[in-house]
Design a protein around this ligand. Structure first.
Ligand SMILES: [Zn+2]
Length: 401
């Protein structure tokens, strides 16, 4: 101290015991330390809760525009650039916010959200518009600020920011229904995948996505695959350190009876008792990180096993399918008819371009997309599609920052 500026990399959906907005609390305390005149900028994930605390105790908030989040680096450059320009007195950032009263999944890999991202970038070309963000919100976080929002930051042009923000909010509301993902049951998804002419068909086990907090060891999809006698398929990552240890002891080529999955969560389903062949073992399975940069994500000791016609990758670290987790343990997923990944959407950056088709499955898991089954206590009322608010329009009311 003193510092010229603060630039932070946050997520934005953190809720801790007694703290409805952990990152809002962090920003408030940083403001108390650095004082009122030091610019505070932060980059965040669009699966965040945009609340009054975060808005009030920051100057610049920039959210990733892409889902999967392939633009972390670009948005960081923008945030740091704006923060430095503010430090030099070149700009005066002013925020405008609009509350969409909406929950949803907004994949930017396809229409209509693909065009909405282009629309946000086009709006940023306007002289006084510094940054436009669409906060998707995080439906599995029980926050009093739950719900999607639009954030526009202008260079001292509040009126223009408000009008642009309102216009973008209306556009998003017009497409929100069309934007939603069509989730299938495991059996329905597998039957549809088998009927696809071409391969591989990628099936996302979204409800067991460790990135959202799920156990990543649910057995609903694998059970359905075995019931249907699916051949030439693979599935992963299935978090089961105990089963990995047994596979390492038995070694590649061993045939044994093994109990896999269904251990770590009440939402994981039952474990499966199956006859397996150990295909391969590795002491540290690495998965390239879709978020960019040189770092791989470590899945720890891992094993590939064959269960019926399905090659299953068992791992010792809980992590979603951010990238190729199969080849590192000898499973060539590109030659498979069906590839099941435990991930909601980040898998798409690596697997999507090679896919004959991508299908999304919903099961009872921890991050199920049937939000009517979640026991919210703090969320606001009037949230589409949980509550009937079809008559309501977006508003900035209630946000005091
Ligand atoms: Zn996210």
């Amino acid at each position: 101290m003193p510092v010229d500026a603060v630039a932070l990399s946050l997520h934005g959906a953190m809720i801790a015991d007694g703290y409805d907005t952990a990152e809002g609390d962090l920003l408030r305390n940083i403001r108390a330390v650095v004082g009122p005149n030091v610019p505070i900028g932060a980059e965040l994930d669009p699966h965040a809760h945009l609340d009054d605390e975060k808005l009030a105790h920051s100057d610049i908030l920039v959210f990733f525009k892409e889902y999967p989040h392939s633009d972390v680096y670009e948005r960081a450059v923008e945030m740091i650039d704006m923060t430095l320009r503010m430090t030099r007195g070149e700009i005066k950032p002013i925020k405008s916010v609009n509350d969409l009263h909406t929950l949803g999944n907004f994949h930017t890999t396809r229409e209509p959200v693909r065009s909405f991202v282009a629309r946000m970038k086009a709006a940023e070309e306007e002289e006084k518009v510094l940054s436009v963000s669409f906060i998707h919100s995080f439906p599995w976080g029980d926050s009093s600020s739950l719900g999607a929002k639009i954030l526009v930051i202008t260079d001292d042009a509040k009126e223009r920011g408000d009008s642009l923000c309102a216009a973008l909010a209306e556009e998003l509301l017009a497409i929100r229904g069309q934007a939603q993902v069509k989730f299938l049951s495991p059996i329905a998804a597998l039957e549809r995948a088998l009927a696809v002419n071409g391969a591989p068909v990628i099936l996302a086990d979204a409800a067991d996505n460790a990135g959202g907090g799920a156990a990543s060891d649910s057995t609903f999809v694998l059970k359905a695959m075995l019931e249907l006698n699916v051949e030439n398929a693979c599935l992963g990552p299935l978090y089961d350190p105990g089963a990995v240890t047994l596979c390492h002891s038995a070694g590649a080529g061993a045939h044994l009876k093994l109990r896999i999955g269904g251990k770590f969560s009440a939402a994981s389903g039952d474990p499966l008792d199956v006859d397996v062949e150990v295909l391969n073992c590795t002491h540290n399975l690495l998965m390239l990180n879709v978020f960019g940069g040189p770092d791989s994500v470590a899945l720890g000791p891992a094993a590939a096993i064959r269960v019926g016609g399905v090659d299953v990758v068992l791992t010792s670290k809980r992590q979603q399918a951010l990238g190729d987790l199969f080849n590192g343990v000898g499973v060539d997923w590109r030659t498979k008819k069906i590839v099941v990944v435990k991930s909601a959407q980040h898998f798409h950056a690596v697997f999507g371009p090679s896919a004959a088709e991508v299908l999304y499955i919903d099961t009872p898991g921890s991050v199920t997309n049937d939000w009517t089954t979640l026991k919210y206590v703090r969320r606001p009322q009037g949230l589409w599609p949980l509550d009937d608010n079809s008559a309501s329009s977006p508003s900035s009311a209630g946000l005091q920052f």
